[in-house]
Write a protein that binds this ligand. Structure first.
Ligand SMILES: [Fe+2]
Ligand SMILES: [Fe+2]
Length: 492
């Protein structure tokens, strides 16, 4: 059985590689497709551990165990803020050398839009880059509804202090509890915020979130929506990696997406039967689909930026036109996604602002090729396969129809990525080929392992398990991406 034959054939056909045959161009010489095995990490082969039972509600939850000054870390690892502090403004990052692939700054003097700005170097999905990094010293360096969180506080991984959205600023703002620090890495970026703990919280420590809801490890007790939701409705709960694959908007090496807002103008009506679902399940499904819709919304910016890069590099009209069409497809995907999320939430949801859409844009050959390989050739090909799998498993007709529309478009986007890469290799020579090889190697190792389950897994309702997703990705890397690489002379 060859479940990915049609996706492989359609991309090879778009490349003009094999006249729609999967075995002639991308072959091993024996007439068989050049399929390679993508190793499954050992951890994923083990049996699913039994999730521990949900903890009993704790009457003491929400009260600070310790009183004190500054940042207070309790024995259980939770962190709260006793009083305002002054932070060290050191930034433990390498200074920009000026030889990086993308330069959104060249010197510290270019970094004026925040406190203590430095132009620093990094390596991300788009290769090496320079961007401004800021470090606050005190709350006054941040916005009116923000506080300065010092480097090394709790599980904060940023190598410098950061401004964080705050529904409370110190413990005294939370009369019967404490003002907790939430650090949540959703797989794309780190979200840092502060909010009062309450007795209604679903969790108190990160340890309580390990292994719950069918997840294999990972997870953190976090609060989301600070700054966008009413403070009284904020609740601490387990958060898991939810950043979904597709064509991400990568700025400064990180995928960016808008937050969720209450609005009517970014959704289609979704005809999904929700009567039999519990309120908790509906809320979890709404959050998952809103996160996916935000990534579709970010893809609009990603394609808009890609079309400008194609123009800058002198691409054929047909590729530029298709990049613009793809951006319009992504508008529709975002509307469909927010339509599904709104249906589960029972209220209208849409995106908040996305300032990164207009971040400075470079168009050097190496950077464009590396980003295209990871975000387009690998990301969109996996996204297309994932969309087909979701549609196949969806039990609800309305949901299946929306997913079918998205999957069909994503397949066309994958074709566009591979055709764009073919053109870039033709004009970019050996430098472009080396960049593509590097990027494929990175992407295969990144996507060859299982992601982490989120708080809800309902394959009939559009949420695949980490195990299904990991297996699917490894299959597609071996049976679609590898033969298409071979067709371009880039076999691993
Ligand atoms: Fe999409
Ligand atoms: Fe797409």
């Amino acid at each position: 059985m060859d479940p990915h034959r049609s996706l492989r054939a359609s991309i090879l056909f778009a490349l003009g590689a094999a006249g729609c045959s999967s075995s002639s161009t991308a072959s091993t010489g024996s007439g068989e497709p050049a399929v390679v095995a993508i190793a499954t990490p050992t951890a994923t082969a083990s049996a699913e551990p039994e999730p521990p039972p949900d903890p009993e509600p704790d009457a003491d939850r929400g009260r600070p165990v310790s009183k004190g000054i500054g940042w207070i870390t309790e024995k259980d690892g939770s962190v709260h803020r006793g009083s305002r502090t002054t932070c060290d403004t050191a930034i433990q990052k390498t200074t920009c050398a000026g030889t990086e692939n993308h330069l959104s700054c060249r010197a510290d003097a270019d970094c004026k839009s925040g406190p203590n700005g430095r132009c620093t170097s990094g390596i991300g999905q788009v290769g090496t880059y320079c961007s401004c990094t800021y470090a606050c010293e005190k709350d006054e360096d941040c916005g009116a509804d923000e506080v300065c969180v010092c480097r090394g506080t709790g599980t904060l991984s940023a190598p410098h202090s950061v401004c964080a959205k705050a529904a409370c600023k110190v413990d005294a703002d939370c009369p019967e509890s404490s003002c907790g620090l939430s650090v949540f890495n959703n797989g794309c970026h780190e979200q840092v915020s502060l909010a009062c703990r309450t007795k209604a919280d679903a969790c108190h420590t990160d340890a309580e979130c390990h292994g719950r809801a069918g997840a294999r490890g990972g997870g953190a007790c976090v609060v989301r929506g600070v700054g966008t939701r009413d403070a009284a409705s904020l609740q601490w709960e387990c958060g898991y990696r939810s950043c979904v694959i597709g064509r991400p908007l990568v700025v400064g090496g990180e995928a960016r997406a808008a937050g969720t807002a209450s609005r009517e103008d970014w959704r289609t009506s979704a005809d999904i039967d929700i009567e039999s679902l519990s309120p908790d399940l509906r809320a979890a499904l709404a959050e998952h689909h809103a996160a996916a819709a935000a990534m579709e919304h970010a893809s609009v910016a990603s394609f808009a930026r890609f079309s400008l890069q194609l123009l800058a590099l002198g691409a054929p009209a047909e590729l530029v036109a298709e990049a613009h069409r793809a951006a319009l497809d992504e508008v529709e995907h975002a509307r469909l996604g927010y339509g599904i999320a709104s249906r589960f939430a029972g209220r209208a949801l849409g995106p908040s602002i996305l300032p990164e859409a207009t971040a400075p844009l470079a168009a050097d050959m190496v950077g464009v090729v590396e980003a295209l390989v990871e975000e387009g050739c690998v990301g969109e090909t996996l996204g297309a396969a994932e969309g087909m799998e979701l549609e196949r498993r969806a039990a609800d007709r309305g949901l299946a129809e929306a997913l079918a529309r998205i999957a069909e478009d994503e397949e066309r986007h994958a074709q566009l990525a591979w055709r764009s890469l073919k053109w870039l290799l033709e004009v970019g020579g050996e430098e472009a080929r080396c960049a593509a090889r590097r990027a494929f190697a990175r992407a295969v190792s990144q996507y060859g392992r299982d992601p982490e389950d989120g708080p809800v897994v309902r394959e009939d309702l559009g949420v695949l398990s980490a195990r299904t997703l990991g297996r699917l990705r490894r299959e597609v890397l071996a049976e679609v991406v590898e033969p298409c690489r071979a067709a371009l002379g880039l076999a691993s």
